[in-house]
Design a protein around this ligand. Sequence first.
Ligand code: ATP
Ligand code: MG
Length: 389
Amino acid sequence: MESVLIIRYGEISLKGANRHYFEDTLVKNIKSRLKNYPGLNITKGDSRIYLEPGNNDPQTLLAELTGVFGVVSVSIASRFPAELEQIYNAARQAVARTLQERPIKSFKVQSRRGNKQFPLESLEISRRVGAAVLEAFPQIEVDVHHPDLTVYVEVRELAYVYTEKIPGPGGMPYGTNGKALLLLSGGIDSPVAGWLMAKRGVVIEALHFHSYPFTSERAQEKVFELVRILCRSCLQIVLHSINLLEIQQAIKASCPEEYFTIISRRFMMYIAEAIADRRKCQALITGENIGQVASQTIEGLQVTNAAVRLPVFRPLLAMDKREIVDWAVKIGTYDVSVEPYEDCCTVFLPKHPVTKPRLEKVAALEAPLMIPTLVAQALAKIETQVFRA
Ligand code: ATP
Ligand code: MG
């Protein structure tokens, strides 16, 4: 009897002709995630992936795997020849292990027969395995509706027994859905927006605007830390940093105060699109959310959007703040995001930003600003770093 990890990947198995591409990318991503664990053996089969752990601790591998995009769930199973006595044995061992960890009063057996050569149907397998377990542990009983423990039996080429299915993030394998540029502030929202798009297989590149020396080095360090956290799921992220201060000063000098934020945001979009084009990113991603702040009214988003030709993805658009915070906690960015360092948006923040900007008005106000020159000057001082998991 050997230990093997069963890695399930739901949605990809529906992808028809492209299925192999998605599966192979998932296998590749799993391999790079586990590159520091020697002696692993990974195989595809039965619409899942099997991982033989070698001398590594299966629990440690499981913890890594449940962070890989595309993974729906993972189980640590015993694997052995498809033979009834061995299945009974494995089921009893699984129950004994559970009883050492926690008290249980009831169980059920859930079986699947993938190998139709096997003489018993799945219901009959469950019935017999259940009886074998009851014989060994008379203190527990069968409860098919609300059992304290489910013993899963799968009869395929070989047989598998396990008791837990630990959920992964789901989504699509990273790298299977193009590439987009994430506008990453130090706030709560944008790291979550990036993570959610990455979960759908989109490769993320990041762009951060600072106003150094008005914003501190510590504020930039905070963004680096957020990128490092995102790298746990994305393996590698290219981060571009741009100093927005000169542009902010130009806007402040010539535009009415209440238009400062919306025009700054349009400049962010101009610069983002130029970088996206250079770096072959096919879309922009922001953490914008309808109604959250003055620049995120529907009129504000309309005016921001009109600055660029690329699609702008806003995966948080319809979420409540509470939901966004829950995601931030879940993906591990929250504690860093709430560190109190000045963001470039808080430099020159107007007291009463326009909440219903009109595009013609905004365009007329920013027209005298020599936009291409300002954008080119900011781009000339771009700093680019690569972060790796
Ligand atoms: P966040 O929590 O992501 O900062 P927010 O609710 O504070 O979002 P804004 O400050 O209005 O909202 O920013 C909206 C979006 O614009 C951000 O989610 C982010 O995508 C982008 N953005 C804002 N500031 C910056 C910045 N300094 N660098 C890069 N992108 C930024
Ligand atoms: Mg912000």
